[in-house]
Ligand binder design. Structure first.
Ligand code: I22
Ligand code: ZN
Length: 199
């Protein structure tokens, strides 16, 4: 039992340490991403989100906080998680390729000025790389939430149009934990810009 308890405590401390290490490094790019999101939303654009596994859950978590609410009451905001429609996902994977499950939806739904929030802890998942390619073809901006060295996802980012938020950890779990905190920071900053007058 003691070994199990020790292991839990080690995970809590490792998570806290990763977050503390990232605070100064990631705050400027998270703030920049929140500014782009608030500007896009005020311009009547929408945010599409995608990810696999735990990152699919993160994509949905974030879109629901825009569509419904985060901590403050405010008007509903337009966001679509591309991870939720099982008929669409299974038919694209079945008839085409799993790689295209998000890109094909972006070709249908994405419009100039919309943003794609693309989440991949490795930065190497082909479905996410195809999604980014499709968004760039649709003249959308991309916010990439990634980890490790950012993989090909970070390399695909265009210097002016896209932003990369990369958690410099090798652990998928630790990266995901910082991603969730990052998503809550984005929600908070969007609310502050839309309602609270923060610049
Ligand atoms: O949540 C976890 C691991 O913590 C897994 O479900 C994980 O998200 C999946 O293996 C994903 O397929 C990994 O994809 P990615 O983050 O490398 O793009
Ligand atoms: Zn997980």
């Amino acid at each position: 039992m003691t070994a199990l308890i020790d292991r839990v405590q080690a995970s809590f401390l490792a998570s806290a340490e990763t977050k503390r290490d990232c605070a100064a490094q990631l705050a400027p790019v998270i703030a920049a991403a929140a500014e782009r999101m608030a500007t896009a939303l005020l311009d009547g654009r929408k945010i599409l989100t995608c990810g696999n596994g735990g990152s699919a859950a993160d994509a949905q978590h974030f879109s629901s906080e825009l569509l419904n609410r985060f901590e403050l009451e405010r008007p509903a905001l337009p966001a679509i998680a591309l991870t939720t429609d099982s008929s669409t996902l299974t038919s694209i994977a079945n008839d085409h390729h799993y790689n295209q499950v998000f890109s094909r939806q972006i070709q249908a739904l994405g419009q100039h000025g919309d943003l794609l929030l693309a989440i991949s802890t490795s930065g190497t998942s082909p479905s996410i790389l195809h999604a980014v390619e499709a968004a760039q073809e649709r003249e959308m901006g991309v916010i990439a939430l990634t980890g490790r060295d950012g993989g090909q996802l970070a390399q695909m980012a265009r210097p002016e149009e896209d932003l990369v938020i990369c958690v410099p950890s090798q652990s998928t779990a630790r990266i995901q934990e910082v991603h969730l905190l990052t998503l809550h920071c984005l929600c908070d900053l969007i609310d502050q810009q839309l309602l609270g007058g923060l610049e």
